[in-house]
Design a protein around this ligand. Structure first.
Ligand code: GDP
Length: 371
């Protein structure tokens, strides 16, 4: 600005005696130093994390889980080293999957089941698989308040689902988190999932016992959509068997029992049981847990427990290979470019799906050979 003295209206003759000077340049409203990231706590080394985890240090465990969930390659490298080193200390827990549609009473039930388990001593980790969940939408707080009593228990470690991503990715992170929790001495692991989709299969592949929470009178007791999930269940429990709902719950129990008779025998030789209980009024909880204890005794005695864990380890190895291969293929820039073009041609009926697929695979495999 040049001569502000003349331009400013208050420097007009009628305001004689008053001189308004041009202002002083304002400092920026944001402190330039503040924009520098505040110093983060340095990333602990894999060795430090492992040492902390084995000591049962919850902060170190949480930090390691955060690295497992991180997409950053640096974090992933540390995470994989930590998992590798924790593996020899893992495996000594009871892994229990818990599923049910929203509103079935999963959080209420996990709260009381959890406290029941902890009464015997030991520690409990509650993990979740919910590919639709997003951290930022308050699921951390949500989960804390959802399991109010449990979250205040010193022996409980509650971790919400890794944030939204592919089901395979989310499930793998939960699977890896189980390893870390076990190394930290958690001898009970609950994995919760919303009983509406594919996530049950993923949970089934990482737990020893699969508990299905159902409700009476929702009309879907015997419907096909639940069939797949019902077939996976080692126990079906009908919640909210309290007040006027006791009768309907017992009716549902009878229906489930007869429906289960129609299913082929399970690989474990265990006959899935159907019980009623009330999570809210804490009725029938020990009975549910007796069933789970009996299952573990039964499958440990007939060798199925070990067999299933081995099968799951194999499954996860295959799953990890699948995921890595797919990632390598689809992240190849030339593949991505070719796919876009070929897709247009296929959609326009100018190319068959098969020759298009063959071309892009031919390119991919030859690019591997050149390396
Ligand atoms: P989630 O969505 O499966 O986690 O279900 P919640 O645990 O949030 O429970 C859903 C609703 O059902 C809540 O309003 C609970 O208070 C209620 N609820 C849960 N368990 C019981 C129970 O045993 N009896 C009754 N009457 N209500 C229950």
């Amino acid at each position: 600005m040049h001569d502000t003295h003349h331009i400013h209206p208050e420097n007009d003759a009628q305001y004689a005696g008053l001189v308004v000077n041009s202002g002083v340049a304002q400092p920026p409203s944001v402190n330039p130093y503040a924009s520098r990231r505040p110093k983060r706590k340095p990333l602990p080394s894999a060795g430090e994390l492992v040492e902390g985890i084995l000591r049962g240090d919850v902060t170190m465990l949480s930090r390691a889980v955060t690295l497992v969930e991180s997409l950053s390659p640096t974090h992933q490298a540390v995470a994989q080293e930590v998992i590798e080193k924790c593996l020899p200390y893992s495996g000594r827990s009871r892994r229990i999957g818990i599923t049910g549609v929203p509103g079935a009473g999963k959080s209420t039930s996990i709260d009381v089941f959890g406290l029941h388990v902890l009464k015997r001593g030991g520690k409990l980790a509650v993990l979740a698989i919910d590919p639709s969940s997003e951290r930022t939408k308050g699921s951390i707080l949500g989960d804390k308040t959802r399991m109010e009593k449990l979250s205040q228990h010193p022996g409980a470690f509650i971790r919400p689902s890794p944030s939204a991503g592919s089901l395979g990715g989310v499930a793998r992170k939960t699977r890896e988190t189980i390893v870390l929790c076990e190394a930290a001495g958690y001898d009970n692991i609950f994995v919760e999932t919303v009983g509406v989709g594919q996530s049950e299969t993923a949970v089934h592949s990482m737990v020893d016992f699969f508990l299905l929470i159902q409700l009476a009178g929702t009309g879907d007791e015997l419907q096909g959509i639940k069939r797949g999930i019902m077939e996976m269940a080692d126990g079906i429990v009908i919640n909210k068997a309290d007040g006027d709902n006791v009768g309907p719950a017992q009716l549902a129990q009878a229906q489930f029992r007869s429906a289960l008779h129609l299913f082929p025998p399970t690989a474990s030789g265990w006959k899935p049981e159907v019980l009623t209980y009330s999570g809210y009024f804490e009725l029938g909880i020990p009975e549910v847990w007796d069933m789970i204890d009996r299952y573990f005794a039964f499958t440990e005695a007939n060798g199925y427990f070990t067999h299933k864990r081995r099968e799951q380890a194999r499954w996860w190895m295959r799953e990890s290979i699948d995921e890595a291969l797919r990632g390598n293929f689809y992240n190849n820039p030339e593949v991505e470019r070719m796919l876009a073009g070929l897709e247009t041609e296929v959609l326009a009926d100018r190319r068959s799906s098969f020759t298009a697929a063959r071309d892009v695979l031919d390119y991919y495999f030859s690019s591997l050979r050149e390396k």
